[in-house]
Write a protein that binds this ligand. Structure first.
Ligand code: NAP
Length: 279
């Protein structure tokens, strides 16, 4: 459930997984207006719906509407997955675990890595927490609004701090977690704040600071070849678009709902074959 949600890729991924798991289940998008999360969850209980994937703008409201939450969801203050467990609705957040799986699927392990996260919203917060938990040596948060950067960096405890995009060249891993470069996203040139190190041309950083030996992950997946992905590859860095995280966070949700291991390769194939849609 979300708003807007009609063009979400999630039902496509879920239904590809159900087919691969030979489950007679179906996933559909429920457009739920702001303020209607309580009635939506009452409907979930009454209708016997096994699971919900929660997207913007409902991740905080879902936290308040469930019976219990995982430690990760309560630390983040946001729920992206709801599971029925013995009649209770349990709120989970699979974004961080999905991100780590996506990075590991690229053959990388963030243990001991210096990481720079651009953005401090819901996705960035989940990633900051996950990277610290996975043994990153440092997690630097760069954000337009400094107070939100402080809050996100605090999630990484002693390895977290606020920094600037000028520090990109010292990072092993660069994560872009803002909508810059997203089709239909913010008008980049107009809304960037001078002094925060955010460069123009749809880029959240100075591409000259990227190079070989770095992994650059752009969470944006519409389009998949974002300006950042293109310059990262041109500069010799490894680059991963947002589909891998989307698939892996969905796989975590599916495992919680079904108790089975989801077919990640079939989900990736479904995403690769998807018409270009918006999240
Ligand atoms: P969010 O909670 O709304 O946070 C947005 C972040 O982007 C904030 O840090 C915000 O800064 C920053 N931002 C927004 N517009 C900006 C601009 N014009 N210039 C500079 N910074 C700007 O959003 P979210 O849920 O974290 O999502 C962030 C991005 O990740 C979106 O593109 C979303 O589609 C993508 N995403 C992908 C996945 C995946 O699985 N691939 C999962 C979740 C999200 P302020 O704090 O200053 O407002």
């Amino acid at each position: 459930m979300g708003d807007p949600v009609r063009h979400s890729l999630s039902p496509l991924l879920h239904n590809a997984a159900f087919a691969g798991m030979r489950l007679d289940w179906a996933s559909v998008a429920f457009p739920v207006p702001a303020g209607e999360v309580g009635p939506a969850l009452a409907g979930m209980r009454a209708l016997g719906i096994e699971g919900l994937s929660v997207t913007m703008p409902h991740k905080q409201a879902a936290l308040a509407g469930v019976d219990r939450t995982s430690e990760t969801a309560s630390t983040l203050g946001a729920v992206n997955t709801i599971v029925r467990q013995t009649g209770d609705l349990v709120g989970e957040n699979t974004d961080g675990a999905g991100f780590l799986d996506a990075v590991r699927a690229a053959g990388c392990d963030p243990v001991g890595w210096r990481c720079l996260v651009l953005g401090a919203g819901g996705a960035a917060r989940a990633i900051v927490l996950a990277l610290a938990g996975a043994g990153a040596a440092e997690v630097v948060v760069v954000n337009r609004t400094p107070a939100r950067a402080e809050q996100a960096a605090a999630l990484a405890g002693s390895v977290g701090r606020v920094g600037s995009a000028d520090e990109v060249d010292g990072a092993d891993l660069v994560v872009h977690a803002t909508p810059l470069g997203m089709l239909g996203g913010p008008a980049e040139r107009r809304s960037q704040t001078p002094g925060q190190g955010l460069a123009p041309d749809h880029l959240p950083l100075d591409p000259a600071r990227l190079g070989p030996g770095q992994l650059v992950v752009d969470l944006v997946y519409h389009p998949r070849d974002t300006p950042l992905i293109r310059v990262a590859r041109d500069r010799g860095a490894m680059a991963q678009d947002g589909i891998a995280m989307l698939v892996h966070q969905a796989a975590h949700a599916l495992a919680l709902w079904t108790g089975q291991k989801p077919p990640v390769a079939a989900m990736m194939a479904a995403a690769d074959g998807a018409p270009r849609r918006r999240a």
